[in-house]
Write a protein that binds this ligand. Structure first.
Ligand SMILES: CC(C)(COP(=O)(O)OP(=O)(O)OC[C@H]1O[C@@H](n2cnc3c(N)ncnc32)[C@H](O)[C@@H]1OP(=O)(O)O)[C@@H](O)C(=O)NCCC(=O)NCCS
Length: 82
């Protein structure tokens, strides 16, 4: 699940969520989905893919093997509304 973002200098695709059924983990389906997604958004004109990841070894391994890097100049922010 995600959406295209048109910036002034490029178009990006933001991955909001990716989920593979738990019984099917570690069989390459997630990587295959990400590669298919990359090919499709590239064909549609996107030059960059962004996402916010769970910060653990599993997710870092998954994304880094697909060529993703940590954006060290960004930090997640939130505000609780009571
Ligand atoms: C993240 C997710 C999409 C990956 O899907 P998948 O089909 O299991 O992915 P793949 O099989 O292509 O790759 C998984 C890789 O993680 C590795 N891995 C699994 N558990 C790991 C762990 N605890 N630590 C490090 N690596 C781990 C696997 O060995 C595999 O790497 P390899 O191909 O080098 O052997 C899937 O785990 C998922 O749906 N998780 C729940 C939802 C979620 O967390 N979404 C992402 C939010 S940021």
């Amino acid at each position: 699940m995600g959406y295209y973002k048109e910036f002034d200098d490029l178009m990006a695709f933001f991955i909001e969520e990716i989920v593979i059924f738990a019984d099917c983990h570690n069989k390459g389906y997630g990587s295959e989905l990400m590669t298919t997604l990359q090919n499709e958004v590239t064909a549609n004109g996107a030059e960059h893919i962004e996402l916010i990841s769970v910060n653990d070894l599993h997710h870092m391994h998954f994304y880094e093997k697909l060529g993703y890097y940590k954006a060290n100049n960004l930090i997640m922010m939130g505000k609780h509304l009571s």
